[in-house]
Design a protein around this ligand. Structure first.
Ligand code: ATP
Ligand code: MG
Length: 360
């Protein structure tokens, strides 16, 4: 096991810089998830940790030792990819044993490690099968077994579940979390799926265009997103953003269509700001701490999902769209206008630049 440290890590392809200086300290045994939209640089960062891409500037250290110049095979890491690329003609046992044989591990040791990994992954019954005779989830477990038997200091996962169907993905996500908690191996896990990120991570790194916009526990990132980008990426449906004007020294707030946000004051005077409201913080009745803020919304679509319902609409008097997620089934019809309520402590405040306001 080991710590992992990135110091001002950068990557350029020719004159184009795609990773703009990432700093990150990962504790021994921690599982950190890199999450962000396609093209933000997750795989590039992971591949630099693995040694599959050269670092253009900065340092990568594993277990306190800078490994910039070390070959991937000398970094004591094991990587699991989306495309798990098992050898089709080899049995499950041989697929798992392959790397160890290459390293000239003694036969008895290989036997013990492969059987151990197979037990942990519940693959004991399949050791003599070939990958063709396995389901997608079982194949992905073999790919994980191949990584586990190596007993690396660090596991690196690059979207290992994205080839699986939705149900199996949820199942495997739970298995990976259990496995990582049992083995306590330092891990970096890449995904663009925010639910996967939230449920797996000890800490999240939310990436945007080659920059780590926020690093924190899933709850911290959800409760106090540092930017509108993070706020809109983490949480589903995404956070609502409403431009509001601040009325001078009184600091009272007015929505674009003229609705005042009563019982709410701006954290700072004299700026137009953006308020963020999570759809799940909007209710049909006032509840929570303090006097609730009332929003009048013209509903234009209701999605009934079973466990909850999502209302889509516009703030009356403006074009600003708003979504509300209400628990349970609601028979609200499109075309109705309703007052909806938000507790004042559930508002998020952002500057025009997208930064969270410091006063909160
Ligand atoms: N060999 C390369 N030459 C030039 N640009 C590259 C190269 N490899 C990656 N890039 C660019 O670097 C950026 C980051 O790519 P990367 O593959 O790390 O994204 P990602 O976050 O893993 O995306 P995805 O979710 O689609 O896998 C992208 O803009 C990509 O076009
Ligand atoms: Mg990628």
């Amino acid at each position: 096991m080991a710590t992992l440290q990135l110091k001002d890590v950068r990557k350029s392809y020719g004159s184009l810089e795609v990773i703009h200086g990432v700093n990150l300290e990962i504790a021994d045994g921690e599982l950190v998830v890199l999450v962000g939209p396609s093209g933000c640089g997750k795989s590039t960062l992971l591949r630099m940790i693995a040694g599959l891409e050269r670092v253009s500037a900065g340092t990568v250290a594993i277990g306190g030792k800078v490994v910039n110049e070390r070959e991937p095979k000398d970094r004591d890491i094991a990587m699991v990819f989306q495309n798990y690329a098992l050898y089709p003609h080899m049995t499950v046992f041989d697929n798992m044993a392959y790397g160890l044989r290459n390293r000239r591990t003694p036969r008895e040791e290989i036997e013990v490690r492969v059987r151990d990994a197979a037990r942990i992954l519940e693959l004991d019954e399949y050791l003599e099968r070939t990958p063709r005779q396995l389901s997608g989830g079982q194949r992905q477990r073999v790919a994980m077994g191949r990584a586990i038997v190596r007993k690396p200091a660090v596991f690196l996962f690059d979207e290992p579940l994205s080839n699986l169907d939705a149900k199996l993905r949820v199942h495997m996500r739970v298995e990976i979390r259990r496995l990582q908690q049992a083995l306590r191996t330092t891990s970096v896990y890449v995904t663009h799926d925010q639910v996967e990120a939230m449920t797996l991570a000890d800490r999240l790194v939310v990436m945007n265009k080659g920059v780590a916009e926020q690093v924190g526990s899933p709850v911290e990132v959800y409760e106090r997103p540092a930017t509108t980008f993070v706020a809109s990426f983490i949480g589903s449906p995404a956070m609502n953003f409403l431009p509001v004007s601040v009325n001078g020294e009184s600091r009272t707030l007015t929505l674009r269509g003229g609705q005042p946000l009563t019982s709410l004051d701006s954290p700072s005077p004299a700026q137009d700001i953006i308020v963020g409201i999570r759809p799940e913080d909007i209710h049909l009745q006032p509840n929570g701490q303090g006097e609730a803020v009332r929003l009048v919304v013209g509903i234009d679509l209701v999605e009934v999902l079973g466990a909850d319902s999502v209302l889509h609409g516009r703030l009356v008097g403006s074009e600003d769209r708003i979504m509300a997620r209400l628990p349970g089934i609601h028979r609200i019809r499109a075309g109705e206008s309703l007052p909806l309520f938000v507790a004042p402590d559930r508002f998020h405040y952002f500057l025009q630049s997208g930064r969270r306001m410091a006063q909160q």
